[in-house]
Design a protein around this ligand. Structure first.
Ligand code: ALA
Length: 489
C-alpha cells in the first residue's frame, strides 16, 4: 500500500486510528472527473463577469492565463507530493511531512477556508441560479427574504426586500452531505454524470456563442487604469486573484489518495489532466463572453446567461445553461465537502483535532463524523454570509496553502534527496519558485480587507492550536521532536 521508504514521511502511525479502512476504488479517469467536478463551478458561471466588468475588461483572458500558470506550477508540486505521500489530507499532510506540526496546522486551518467555506460560497451561487431558474422557466418566485444572507437587499418585482436567511443554500448543502456520507463510489458516480453535463454546457456556450462574437467588444483589450486594481495592469493582476477561485479544486484530487487504486501513477495524471482541460475551457469562454457583450455589462450574477439572452437565436440555450450551471456547482460542492472531511480525518488522526473526526463509518466506509460536521458548518455559513466575502476568503486561504506546497517541495528535495519520487516536478527551482511567487502575487492583489480577515482567522486557529492541538497531537505525546519523520510511539 505504501513504499517502505516513505513510511517515516507520513503522519505518525497513520493506520492506528482506522478501525475501518477507506475503499480503494478510484482510477485515473475518475480522478480527472473528480478534478473537473471540483474546478468548473461558480468561478466560471458567476465570478468571471465581475472580474471582467470591475477589474480587467477583455484582458480577463490574461488574468485566466496568469492564474492558470500559477495553478499549473503549484499543480506540478502537488503532483510530486501526492505521488510521494499518497495519504488523505493533501497539503496539510505534505506540510506535516516537510515543515512540521505547526505549519501543518496552519495549512490545515487555511484549508478549512478552501474546502468548507468554498462549499458554502458555491452553495450561495447555486441558490442565486436556482431562484433565477425557477423565475424564468417554472414561473415560481422563491420568497426573496429566504434567498439571501441576513441584511442583503434583494430586488424583486414588488420592490426591494431584505433577506434573513439563504434557505436554498442550506438545502443543497444538506443533500450533498447525505450523498457523501453514503459512500465515495456512489459520490464519484454521481459526480461523473454531472461533469459530463457541465462540460457539455460549457462547450455549447463556446460553439453557440462564437458565431455572435463582435470583435469591437475586445477594444480596448486592456482598458485604461482608473484606480488601483481597476483596469490596466493592476486590474489584470487583481482579476487573476479574483478568478483564481475558478481554478480551486484540482488539488482536492490529492485528498482522495487513499481511495485511489494506484496513487503513485494516477495522482499526477488526475491533477495535471483536469487542470489543463479547465484552463483551455476557461480561456475560450472568457474570449467568447467578452466578445459577445461589452465587459461593462457583465457584472451580474449570471453573466453567461446574460450573454446568451442578448441574442434571440441563442435563447434555446437559456435553460440548459442555467441547469448545467446548477449541476456544475452541485458537483463542486460534492468534492469540496468530500475533501474537507478527509482533511479533518488526517488532522484528527494526528491528534490536532477531536478524535471522532478520524472514524470511518463501519457500513458506508466514509469518514461520517467529519462529513456531517463539515456539512452542518457549510450549510450554516452558506445560509448566513454573502458570496463576495466568502469567495475572497477562500481565494486567500487557498493561495497560502499553494505557496506552502511549492516551498515544501523544495525543502523536501534538500532534506530528503534520497527518497524515490514516482513523479518529479521538472526544473524544481524554477517551477517551485515561480509557482510560489505567482500565487503570492495573487494573494497581494486581493487587498487589505481580505488580508485582515485572514489574519483574524489565523489568530483564531492559533488559539485552538495552543489550547487543544499542541497538547493532543501524537507528536507531543511522542518524543517531542518537530517532524513526523522522527516520531516514535
Ligand atoms: N473552482 C470552483 C468554482 O469555480 C471553486 O466553483
Amino acid at each position: 500500500m505504501r513504499e517502505s521508504n516513505l513510511t517515516d514521511l507520513t503522519s505518525p502511525d497513520p493506520v492506528v486510528a482506522y478501525e475501518h479502512q477507506l475503499h480503494r476504488t478510484l482510477g485515473p479517469a475518475s480522478l480527472i472527473m473528480l478534478g473537473i467536478g471540483e474546478i468548473i463551478g461558480a468561478g466560471i458561471f458567476v465570478i468571471t463577469g465581475t472580474a471582467a466588468a470591475d477589474h480587467a475588461g477583455p484582458a480577463v483572458l490574461i488574468s485566466f492565463i496568469i492564474a492558470g500558470l500559477g495553478c499549473l506550477f503549484a499543480g506540478l508540486c502537488y503532483a510530486e507530493f501526492a505521488s510521494l505521500i499518497p495519504e488523505s489530507g493533501s497539503s496539510y499532510t505534505y506540510a506535516y511531512a516537510t515543515m512540521g506540526r505547526f505549519m501543518a496546522w496552519f495549512i490545515g486551518w487555511n484549508m478549512v477556508l478552501e474546502y468548507l467555506v468554498s462549499a458554502s460560497t458555491v452553495a450561495v451561487g447555486w441558490s442565486g441560479h436556482l431562484t433565477s431558474f425557477l423565475h424564468d422557466f417554472v414561473g415560481i418566485d422563491f420568497p426573496a427574504q429566504f434567498a439571501g444572507a441576513p441584511g442583503t437587499i434583494v430586488q424583486t418585482a414588488g420592490g426591494p426586500v431584505t433577506a434573513v436567511f439563504n434557505l436554498p443554500a442550506v438545502i443543497i448543502t444538506v443533500l450533498v452531505t447525505i450523498l457523501i456520507v453514503i459512500g465515495i463510489k456512489e459520490s464519484a458516480n454521481v459526480n461523473t454524470g454531472i461533469v459530463i453535463v457541465k462540460v457539455a454546457v460549457v462547450l455549447i456556450v463556446i460553439v453557440g456563442g462564437a458565431a455572435y462574437v463582435n470583435t469591437a467588444n475586445w477594444h480596448p483589450f486592456i482598458p485604461e487604469n482608473v484606480a488601483p486594481g481597476k483596469y490596466g495592469l493592476s486590474g489584470i493582476m487583481t482579476a487573476s486573484g479574483v478568478i483564481f477561485f475558478a481554478y480551486i479544486g484540482f488539488d482536492a484530487i490529492s485528498t482522495a489518495a487513499q481511495e485511489t487504486r494506484n496513487p503513485q501513477r494516477d495522482m499526477p495524471i488526475g491533477i495535471l489532466g483536469s487542470l489543463v482541460v479547465c484552463t483551455i475551457l476557461y480561456v475560450v469562454v472568457a474570449l467568447v463572453l467578452t466578445g459577445m457583450v461589452s465587459y461593462k455589462e457583465l457584472n451580474v450574477p449570471a453573466p453567461v446567461a446574460l450573454a446568451i439572452d442578448k441574442y434571440r437565436a441563442l435563447h434555446w440555450m437559456g435553460w440548459p445553461v442555467k441547469l448545467g450551471a446548477l449541476a456544475g456547482m452541485t458537483s463542486v460542492m460534492l468534492v469540496m465537502t468530500l475533501a474537507q472531511a478527509r482533511i479533518f480525518l488526517a488532522m484528527a488522526r494526528d491528534g490536532l483535532i477531536w478524535k471522532p473526526f478520524a472514524k470511518v463509518h463501519p457500513k458506508f466506509q466514509t469518514p461520517s463524523v467529519g462529513t456531517i460536521v463539515t456539512g452542518v458548518l457549510a450549510a450554516l455559513i452558506g445560509g448566513l454570509f454573502p458570496v463576495g466575502i466568502l469567495g475572497e476568503m477562500v481565494s486567500i486561504g487557498t493561495l497560502a496553502a499553494f505557496v506552502t506546497v511549492c516551498v515544501g517541495v523544495l525543502v523536501l528535495r534538500q532534506t530528503r534527496p534520497d527518497l524515490e519520487r514516482p513523479f518529479k516536478t521538472p526544473l524544481p527551482w524554477i517551477t517551485c519558485t515561480v509557482g510560489a511567487l505567482v500565487c503570492f502575487a495573487m494573494m497581494v492583489s486581493l487587498g487589505w480587507g481580505t488580508w485582515a480577515r485572514l489574519i483574524v482567522w489565523t489568530i483564531v486557529g492559533a488559539i485552538i492550536y495552543a489550547f487543544y492541538g499542541y497538547k493532543h497531537s501524537r507528536l507531543h505525546r511522542g518524543n517531542g521532536e518537530t517532524r513526523p519523520a522522527s516520531v516514535t510511539r
